[in-house]
Design a protein around this ligand. Structure first.
Ligand code: CO
Length: 139
């Protein structure tokens, strides 16, 4: 039973420190979680309401010129990068999407920024929006 609520919205920014100030003000979260995702060559800041599952804002900035986010910024500038939607069983969802004929970036799930299983669907199949799937955890 997928409830389809949003885990987070990913926003690509050029200056993380600067963006953190305004998003702290907007969300009321003055202590975003900040960490590096080495395989994606990005630094992220995640804003969340205390104990509230989902609906987070994830700021992404590149740590290297060959980061996918560096490429995104040079092509499109700052802005909405992806929307992450919770699914109950990511393997099953990916199988359904493959059978549907969707273009996937990840045919198999991998570990995302927060250690959860994630996979990306290509924007070609989703109205030009990069969609990330995240397996919902029950903690
Ligand atoms: Co994400």
């Amino acid at each position: 039973m997928d409830k389809q609520n949003i885990s987070h919205i990913g926003i690509a920014v050029a200056d993380l420190e600067k963006a953190i100030k305004i998003y702290s003000l907007i969300t009321g979260d003055n202590k975003p979680e900040i960490f590096e995702v080495y395989d994606q060559k990005v630094k992220v800041a995640i804003f969340s309401s205390d104990g509230f599952p989902g609906g987070k804002i994830e700021l992404l900035t590149p740590t290297s010129d060959d980061s996918p986010i560096a490429k995104f910024l040079s092509k499109k500038g700052e802005g909405l990068h992806h929307i992450c939607i919770y699914v109950d069983d990511i393997n099953q969802k990916l199988e359904e999407l493959i059978n549907f004929g969707a273009e996937l970036i990840d045919k198999k799930p991998r570990k995302g920024a927060e250690g959860h299983l994630i996979a990306f669907i290509h924007p070609n199949s989703t109205g030009n929006v990069l969609i990330e799937l995240e397996q919902r955890t029950t903690e």
